[in-house]
Write a protein that binds this ligand. Sequence first.
Ligand code: NAG
Ligand code: NAG
Ligand code: NAG
Ligand code: NAG
Ligand code: NAG
Length: 252
Amino acid sequence: MKTAIKFFILLGAISGFSEGAGVLPNDFLTGSTEEPVSNVRVTPQSLDLIKFNGPVNLSCSSSGSSLTFVWMNITSVVTPSDIFQINDEGSVLTLVNVSRNEHGSYRCNVSNPLGFDISDPANVYISYGPEDTQLKVSPSIKQYGEGLNVYLLCSAESRPSAQFQWFLNGEELPDTEPALRLTNIQMSQSGNYSCHAVNGKTLKEQKSQPSVVSVLARVSNVLVELDPTDLVEFSSSVSLRCSASGFSPHFF
Ligand SMILES: *[C@@H]1O[C@H](CO)[C@@H](O)[C@H](O)[C@H]1NC(C)=O
Ligand SMILES: *[C@@H]1O[C@H](CO)[C@@H](O)[C@H](O)[C@H]1NC(C)=O
Ligand SMILES: *[C@@H]1O[C@H](CO)[C@@H](O)[C@H](O)[C@H]1NC(C)=O
Ligand SMILES: *[C@@H]1O[C@H](CO)[C@@H](O)[C@H](O)[C@H]1NC(C)=O
Ligand SMILES: *[C@@H]1O[C@H](CO)[C@@H](O)[C@H](O)[C@H]1NC(C)=O
């Protein structure tokens, strides 16, 4: 997006001008002293902000005369506000109270009557988090039968993206993905699951609330016993007893 306006002075086109003439027309003199905009740069070219204390400046420099500065962020022209201040000349953009929202690239558009030029983007990288670390279990039910597939998903607000650690009853599991798949779940996998989100840049970490996963054994060894075993039609009462092994089975 660089635009260079070349300023050609066609000497031959200027009437009445001849070699040896002592005086140049006044408007010609004014025009010829304008210098085109060039070499527009923002310093620093990149900023890596982890802890935000105090304001941060971006400075725009350019060659040329009668310069007008306009700052642009990713979305629009930057206008002075609580967040952004611009000095009188326009060449210094101050991020007054840096927050994660000011992350992005900034460019400076410098113009004069001869044209304009735009700097390369200066990248402001703002790290934060992790925050709002959450563990979700799917399907979300009170108890899981053995053999089910259960998914645990950990999420966190973080830049750069968080890395994850998983814990079962406080013991670290080898998994490091944001999703923990428990396929064909067994009773032995019951317990308190939690995840930790870790941001390698801010060196902060945050634990999720624990989620209890309680797995029921598959119902097996179902017996129906008749008691007493010798029945006399219409004269005996019969009791049927149902038993089964497994964790708190339900009888219907
Ligand atoms: C940032 O720029 C403003 C305006 O030009 C200036 O007053 C201030 O001293 C600068 N701050 C730093 C830290 O350079
Ligand atoms: C870009 O600048 C506009 C105008 O100053 C502001 O409203 C907006 O929040 C800025 N966007 C970013 C990502 O800083
Ligand atoms: C800076 O931002 C923080 C968090 O958004 C806020 O608590 C604080 O009051 C702000 N400070 C100023 C001087 O605006
Ligand atoms: C840069 O500023 C000039 C002069 O105001 C304007 O004509 C031009 O459209 C601007 N360029 C961009 C990309 O905003
Ligand atoms: C899970 O953790 C909670 C509190 O964090 C505790 O009360 C409960 O006994 C734990 N359950 C198991 C199965 O470890």
